[in-house]
Design a protein around this ligand. Structure first.
Ligand code: PBG
Length: 336
């Protein structure tokens, strides 16, 4: 953690513009940098072969079949992107009340992880642990009537995490916001000998409208009944996020995430300053869609808005950013 030492600089002895007068001195005094090591590429999977299907609400983002993900994983590794975060679009026929497909060791996530790890062993794979891509109601947990049942969901999430770890995912990232799931998943992983499996907890995850396009991407927007306010956090809350992080770290999380990103950078900073652990932020689908739409309308410069927003995550204290822009940003960084 950086502690600022303030001195009472007064004009004209102090002129803060001195360090802004030319590119070389701005570079010399720059406090934060965005580099390719900061980028985690969010990728949506779709079953099949040779599939590249553009997501309507996320122009420029494609649902990719496993063979296409392999191609992109090679490109990402060549650019130096450290890791991919995978999210599955599940065909309607495989969605059930209890989301059993999440536990199928041969599901789309697992098959993709295997082919990617075979072809590109050195890229990190992050697997989303949650039931929403697999449930017929689009919720992250099991339903009893209208209620999300916490503890029974946690049992399934622990099994899901094992299935993903067995398939080759390096980092398991529970995005469900059930209480106690980090401890249960950690115990399951240790019990199965997966002592190197890393847990990146979506600890500070808000019930946000900015996930809209993602739900379209994974095919759950049409099916989601109600909202996720009984498990995801209230956007009005801040201290509660620190309690979430404290509990998840105590239960065995290796890193924590704040999500969404840009509207919640205050939480990135608070979490980093309070806990001094690896903190990640998710520039979610709605944030991508806003920049894309603003650029298309001519209101913003796409590239400038993308790079500035990513840098701002770093300034706020994030160690890395999950983003749909990862490849585009990495290409720009590689030309610098
Ligand atoms: C759910 C999950 C969501 C996202 C990742 N995992 C959405 C939700 O909670 O409804 C959102 C990602 C994005 O918007 O880009 N387990």
């Amino acid at each position: 953690m950086k502690t600022a030492s303030f001195f009472p600089g007064a004009y004209p002895n102090t002129r803060l513009r001195r360090h802004r007068q030319s590119d070389w001195v701005r570079r010399l005094t720059r406090e934060n940098h965005l580099c390719v090591d900061d980028l985690i590429w969010a990728i949506v999977l779709k079953d099949g072969q040779g599939v590249r299907e553009e997501v309507k609400s996320l122009p420029g983002v494609y649902r990719l079949s496993p063979d296409e993900v392999v191609k992109e994983a090679k490109a990402a590794a060549a650019l130096g992107i450290p890791a991919l975060a995978l999210f599955p679009f599940t065909d309607g026929g495989l969605r059930t009340e209890k989301g059993e497909e999440a536990l199928n060791p041969d599901n789309l996530m697992c098959r993709t992880a295997k082919v990617v790890k075979d072809a590109v062993p050195d890229i990190g794979l992050i697997g989303d642990v949650a039931l929403d891509p697999y449930t017929s109601h689009g919720h992250d947990g099991l339903l009893s009537g209208e209620k999300i049942v916490n503890d029974a969901t946690v049992d399934i999430l622990a099994q899901q995490a094992l299935v993903l770890a067995d398939a080759g995912f390096d980092i398991l990232a529970p995005s469900d916001m059930m209480d106690g799931r980090i401890g249960a998943i950690r115990a399951a992983l240790e019990g199965a000998g997966h002592c190197d499996a890393m847990l990146m907890s979506y600890a500070v995850k808000y019930a946000s409208c900015f996930y809209g396009p993602y739900r379209d991407a994974i095919g759950s927007s049409g099916v989601l009944k109600g909202d996720k306010k009984t498990y995801q956090m209230d956007p009005a809350n801040s201290d509660e996020g620190l309690r979430e992080v404290a509990m998840d770290l105590a239960e065995g999380a290796d890193s924590v995430m704040v999500k969404p990103g840009l509207p919640y950078l205050d939480m990135v900073r608070r979490v980093k300053d309070t806990f001094a652990v690896p903190v990640f932020a998710f520039q979610v689908s709605g944030e991508y869609a806003m920049i894309d739409a603003a650029a298309k309308s001519g209101a913003l410069d796409r590239q400038a808005a993308m790079m500035e927003s990513l840098l701002c995550f770093k300034r706020a204290g994030a160690d890395g950013i999950i983003t749909y822009f990862a490849k585009e940003a990495a290409e720009i960084l590689s030309k610098k």
